[in-house]
Design a protein around this ligand. Structure first.
Ligand SMILES: [Zn+2]
Ligand SMILES: [Zn+2]
Length: 356
């Protein structure tokens, strides 16, 4: 049972029980028309044999058959995600160059780097354990600027391999903005570290907006990484334009972008010249791994906990435990009531949302 739950958790899918022959063919092995147990994934039906396969796509959870690619650190990527995944340095450099060009187009020539050479590389997950940084955080990107005695800058960016192109572009925008801040912030202008991260996230947000990616925009807003600063900055940018934010980085004196007085009162958190783009560890968010449908009964697996409609259970997240009531299970989603949160939360299969 435990293993069953684990598999269901890893593989975001819907199980439909059916005795009769269907029109479905397995998207993993091609077998069909399928009968009996069928798992519905976002790519289509999966037969029961393939469902039991050991390896899963690191991006979508699909069982891995014979068509796949593997990252250097052993993560599998399915044939469906492969065309949109960035696996080599050349691809990553292209994503970075595109993001950079688009941001300068959006923000103006003032957002160009004075020292334009940026070394872009990819890293694998084990990069961090090799460096002895097993802090449980999963990092997507990292940037650093070194300043020579004469004041010249050399920039470096590394980003996680095997991610989808769109997500990598958001990381590229974030890291590029760190480089721009490194060049443009006056040495005596101490900036709150959450504010720096929020400015970098604002770039990612604006790039996703320009590319019409509302889901990515929402993810950036909901991410607790900047402790809510991103929402303030998005509002501020809407009101005053990006120029005011960039100008403040260059010429401001306060630690945060709030009013002068509150900024004076705010303690300044230390920020070094090295930054990393750290998403929260996954259990901070609620995720609908899958729906289990059998006859009339339906269960939703939310962050490893199984719910029937009407049930209330405790779900352990990264820093807290939340009481959750399953209000309704729909064909491909679940409606949840989270204790202390006024609005019900709807999750689609495979979707992940932060608890406000
Ligand atoms: Zn199959
Ligand atoms: Zn996949």
């Amino acid at each position: 049972m435990r293993q069953f739950a684990l598999i269901l958790f890893l593989f975001a899918a819907t199980w439909i029980a059916s005795a009769a022959e269907t029109n479905y063919f397995c998207v993993v092995c091609g077998k069909g028309p399928l009968t009996g147990r069928i798992w519905m994934s976002k790519w289509g039906a999966v037969c029961d044999d393939c469902y039991k396969l050991e390896n899963h796509c690191s991006l979508c959870g699909l069982p891995i058959g014979k068509d796949f690619v593997k990252t250097g650190d052993g993560r599998f990527i399915c044939k469906f995600d492969q065309p949109n995944a960035v696996l080599d340095v050349a691809g990553a450099r292209e994503v970075f160059a595109d993001a950079r060009r688009e941001l300068v187009g959006l923000f103006g020539r003032g957002f160009l780097l004075n020292f334009p050479d940026v070394t872009v590389n990819l890293f694998d997950v084990d990069y961090w354990s090799e460096k002895g940084r097993e802090d449980g955080l999963h990092k997507f990107g990292f940037s650093s600027t070194r300043r020579t005695r004469t004041g010249d800058c050399t920039h470096e960016v590394v980003m996680l391999s095997g991610r989808l192109r769109t997500e990598l572009a958001a990381t590229a925008a974030h890291e590029y903005t760190h480089l721009w801040i490194n060049e443009n912030r006056q040495a005596e202008h101490a900036i709150d570290s959450d504010t720096i991260e929020a400015i970098c996230e604002l770039s990612a947000y604006k790039l996703m907006e320009a590319r019409s990616q509302p889901e990515q925009m929402q993810r950036i807003l909901d991410n607790p990484y900047t402790h809510g600063e991103i929402k303030k900055l998005v509002a501020l940018e809407k009101q005053n334009g990006i120029g005011s934010v960039l100008n403040w980085v260059k010429n401001g004196t306060t630690a945060t972008l709030d009013t002068e007085t509150s900024a004076l009162a705010a303690p300044v958190k230390k920020s070094a010249l090295t930054f990393s783009n750290v998403p929260p560890p996954l259990p901070a968010a609620l995720k609908l791994a899958g729906l289990l449908l059998e006859g009339q009964s339906r269960r939703a697996i939310v962050s490893g906990v199984s719910f029937a409609p009407g049930e209330t259970k405790a779900v352990k997240l990264q820093n807290r435990t939340v009481q959750i009531r399953c209000r309704e299970i729909q064909a491909d989603s679940v409606v949840l009531e989270v204790a202390g949160v006024p609005e019900p939360l709807t999750l689609k299969i495979g979707e992940e949302k932060f608890v406000p």
